[in-house]
Design a binder for this molecule. Structure first.
Ligand code: G1P
Length: 288
C-alpha cells in the first residue's frame, strides 16, 4: 500500500522553550522566516504525501490559523498591491487539507499516535516530529518512503550521536546491515539511562504500519511514565521485521535553544540572500 498520510504529533507543551512558548505553540517558533511546522508540512508535501493529520491540543489554535485562509489579511495585501506576499499566503492556505484530532491527555508520543487509529485503519503512514528539522537534498520522509516501498515494514530514521547523548533519544540495536544506511533492527530502548545498545539514535521521522498500532494497545507505560512509540516498535520487532535507515541530511533539534540557533545559522548559510549578512555578522563579532 502507498504511503499517503503523514501524522504530526503537535499537542506537547514545549516547556524546554519557555518563555517563548508560553502563549504560542512551539511548532509556531520561527526558523528564519517560517514557523517550524511549515518546514515539516512542506517536507511531507515534497515527498508526495496527500493527507495530513495534526494530533493537537487545547492551546494549538495558531497552528490551525496558520494553514487556514485569512480573508482580511488577503484583502489588505490585495489593496496594497503586495502581490508576491499575497501569492505566498494563498499558497500556504491551499497547500493541503489538514485533519485535526485532539489528544486529550499528554500521555506520550505513543498515545498521540494511537489517536489516528480510526482514521488510518490498515494503511501504513508517516510520522513527522516537527521539532526535528532536517536540512537535506531529498526530504527525509521521502527517503524513508522509498525504503518502505522495498520492504513494506515499519521504518525508523536513524542518526549516530555521541555516547554521552544517548540518554536523550530512543537508541536501537542493529540485527543485520542490508547496506551502508539500511538495517534490520533487533531491539530499541527509549532514553537508556545506562548501557545504550549502540550510538544510533531514533530521529523524528517514522513509517508505521497497523502492527505498530496494535502493539501500542498491548504495551505498558515506559520512560517518563508515558506510552512510548519506541516501546511499541520494540514489541513489533519481536515478531515482525522493523528497519532503520540512516538518513542523508543534517538534523537540528529545534525544541531547544541550542538546536534552533544551530538551525538558524545553517539555514542562513544555505540561503543565497542571507549568506553575506551571516558572514559579515560573524566576522564583526570577532569571537574566534
Ligand atoms: C522522541 C522519541 C525518541 C526520539 C526523539 C527524537 O523523544 O520518543 O525516541 O529519539 O523524539 O527527537 P522526545 O524528544 O519527544 O522526548
Amino acid at each position: 500500500m502507498k504511503i499517503r498520510t503523514a501524522v504530526f504529533p503537535v499537542a506537547g507543551f514545549g516547556t524546554r522553550m519557555l518563555p517563548a512558548t508560553k502563549a504560542i505553540p512551539k511548532e509556531m517558533i520561527t526558523l528564519i522566516d517560517k514557523p517550524l511546522i511549515q518546514y515539516a508540512v512542506e517536507e511531507a508535501i515534497n515527498a508526495g504525501i496527500e493527507k495530513i493529520i495534526f494530533i493537537t491540543g487545547r492551546t494549538k489554535k495558531a497552528l490551525e490559523d496558520h494553514f487556514d485562509i485569512n480573508v482580511e489579511l488577503n484583502n489588505q495585501l490585495e489593496l496594497s498591491g503586495k502581490k508576491d506576499i499575497l501569492k505566498d499566503m494563498k499558497r500556504i492556505s491551499e497547500m493541503v487539507d489538514i485533519i485535526y484530532v485532539r489528544q486529550k491527555y499528554m500521555l506520550g508520543l505513543g498515545n498521540a499516535v494511537m489517536c489516528v487509529k480510526d482514521i488510518v485503519k490498515d494503511e501504513p503512514f508517516a510520522v513527522i516530529l516537527p521539532d526535528d528539522i532536517i536540512l537535506s537534498k531529498t526530504p527525509v520522509i521521502k527517503q524513508l518512503i522509498e525504503c518502505y516501498d522495498k520492504v513494506e515494514c515499519p521504518i525508523i530514521s536513524l542518526m549516530p550521536v555521541a555516547k554521552s547523548d544517548t540518554t536523550k533519544y530512543g537508541i536501537v540495536k542493529i540485527k543485520e546491515k542490508i547496506d551502508s544506511r539500511f538495517s534490520r533492527l533487533k531491539d530499541m530502548i527509549e532514553k537508556p539511562e545506562q548501557n545504550p545498545p549502540s550510538n544510533m539514535a531514533i530521529i523524528g521521522r517514522y513509517i508505521l504500519t497497523s502492527e505498530v498500532l496494535s502493539a501500542l494497545d498491548k504495551i505498558e507505560k515506559g520512560a517518563g511514565g508515558e506510552l512510548q512509540l519506541t516501546d511499541a516498535l520494540k514489541y513489533t520487532a519481536t515478531y515482525h521485521d522493523v528497519y532503520g535507515y540512516e538518513f542523508e541530511g543534517k538534523r537540528f533539534d529545534c525544541g531547544t535553544k541550542e538546536g534552533l540557533l544551530e538551525a538558524t545559522i545553517n539555514f542562513a548559510a544555505s540561503n543565497e540572500k542571507l549568506k553575506n549578512i551571516l558572514k559579515e555578522t560573524v566576522y564583526s563579532l570577532n569571537i574566534f
